[in-house]
Design a protein around this ligand. Structure first.
Ligand SMILES: Cc1ncc(COP(=O)(O)O)c(C=O)c1O
Length: 392
């Protein structure tokens, strides 16, 4: 069944790489030892975790001891934010953006309920943040700046190096949610001013339910998950060994694929956008003039409802999304497109298509054949309803 679908929702999650599955299997079967145990049988398991740490460090260009394995990207974000607010002596104020994933927005809203102050910076029509505003927002009592690297809905990239520079000059802790970055563009943490960075394995062809928090070795960090001394005392709980091993393999594959494969994915995305804009009138790309991830295309179609389009595309086995997967079914519009355009309208008619290395040119062709038909059908229905309403 999975072979028939055209999976264009790689920002929601990705297909497991078969090489990852192969590497995980022994740790789900015969190599079941607890990595903290003292005998040889457990030492093999410990060694596998350390290999995963090294492979992850290679992807991030950092030191293995700066890698903390967590249960997901959401946990990594929560851990960085809560640790900074609890232990940073500067104060309890946080600067973030209005377009973060709910895994940053919600913990920040919780902080507000607990008496902390949070500044949510807006974005322009391209989804870009104003650097002068970032600078102005940082106060003497700012504990942390948390700004995502790439937006999961639009693929728009924040100017990370410039934000990092501001944080370095202002001597304030900096966390970035880089969940959408791994395997798409290079990450070089050695020498950077990033204190904390979050990743999630299932976004780069690894398993679900395992993530990474990079903690720069000069940064103070305390997890709120307290117990045993796992992860060098930075995240208690017996390690999810098979998933960590899978994450490590996925990181290795992502490092290998950053060259030619990434170019192929970008070419598919570009061909897709060109085809859509050439064949469908009243279609435009959200964030078109900003720096964007090479795999993401968020398209606004005039005179359609994205929820109806999703249903029709699903009948054609095309998987894509309207906004982030985490908000599907919540009834809420896209807070990202809302922040960019100041209204819900753009969000109601936009669809996100995100490509990955398991997509083929045939997927792009099929999508380019189907999407114009679906949009035309929805517009015909829309006109019919409008005409009937007018004559009633
Ligand atoms: C930008 C971003 N941050 C965080 C997350 C949450 O990651 P996880 O699903 O591993 O909790 C996601 C997942 O959609 C995401 O896109």
């Amino acid at each position: 069944m999975s072979r028939q679908i055209i999976y264009l929702d790689n920002n929601a999650t990705t297909q497991l790489d078969p090489a990852v599955v192969e590497e995980m299997l022994p740790f789900l079967t015969e190599l079941y030892g607890n990595p903290s145990s003292g005998y040889q049988f457990a030492a093999q398991v410990r060694k596998a975790i350390e290999l995963a740490r090294e492979r992850t460090a290679k992807l991030l260009e950092c030191e293995p001891e700066e890698i903390v394995f967590t249960s997901c990207g959401t946990e990594s974000n929560n851990a960085a934010i809560n640790s900074a607010v609890q232990f940073e002596p500067r104060g309890k104020h946080v600067v973030t953006s209005a377009v973060e994933h709910s895994a940053v927005l919600r913990p920040c809203q919780e902080l507000e309920k607990r008496g902390c102050e949070v500044t949510f910076l807006g974005v322009d029509r391209n989804g870009d943040v104003d650097l002068a505003e970032v600078e102005k927002a940082i106060r003497p009592d700012t504990a942390l700046v948390s700004m995502m690297w790439a937006n999961n809905e639009t693929g728009v990239l924040f100017p990370l190096e410039k934000i990092e520079k501001i944080c370095r000059e202002k001597r304030v802790l900096f966390h970035t949610d880089a969940v959408q970055i791994a395997g798409k563009i290079p990450i070089r943490l050695r020498g950077s001013a990033i204190n904390f960075l979050s990743l999630s394995a299932h976004k780069f062809h690894g398993p679900k339910g395992v993530g990474v928090l990079y903690v720069n070795k000069r940064s103070r960090f305390r997890s709120s998950i307290i117990g045993g001394s796992h992860e060098n005392g930075r995240r208690a709980g017996t390690e999810n060994v098979a998933s960590i091993v899978g994450l490590g393999k996925a990181a290795e594959r992502a490092t290998e694929c950053l060259g030619e494969e990434a170019k192929r994915v970008r070419a598919m995305r570009d061909r897709f956008e060109k085809g859509i804009l050439e064949t469908i009138t009243g279609a435009s790309i959200n964030g078109a003039d900003a720096d964007r991830l090479p795999n993401t295309s968020n398209v606004f179609f005039e005179r359609i409802e994205s929820q109806a389009a999703l249903m029709l595309l699903d009948r054609h086995q095309i998987c894509c999304s309207a906004g982030s997967a985490c908000r599907t079914g919540s009834g809420e519009g896209s807070h990202v497109l809302g922040a960019m355009h100041g209204s819900d309208e753009r969000g109601r008619g936009s669809l996100r298509f995100s490509f990955g290395r398991f997509n083929s040119d045939a997927d792009v062709e099929k999508a380019l054949e189907t999407i114009p038909q679906v949009i035309a059908k929805l517009r015909r229905l829309n006109s019919l309803v409008t005409a009937q309403t007018a004559s009633a």
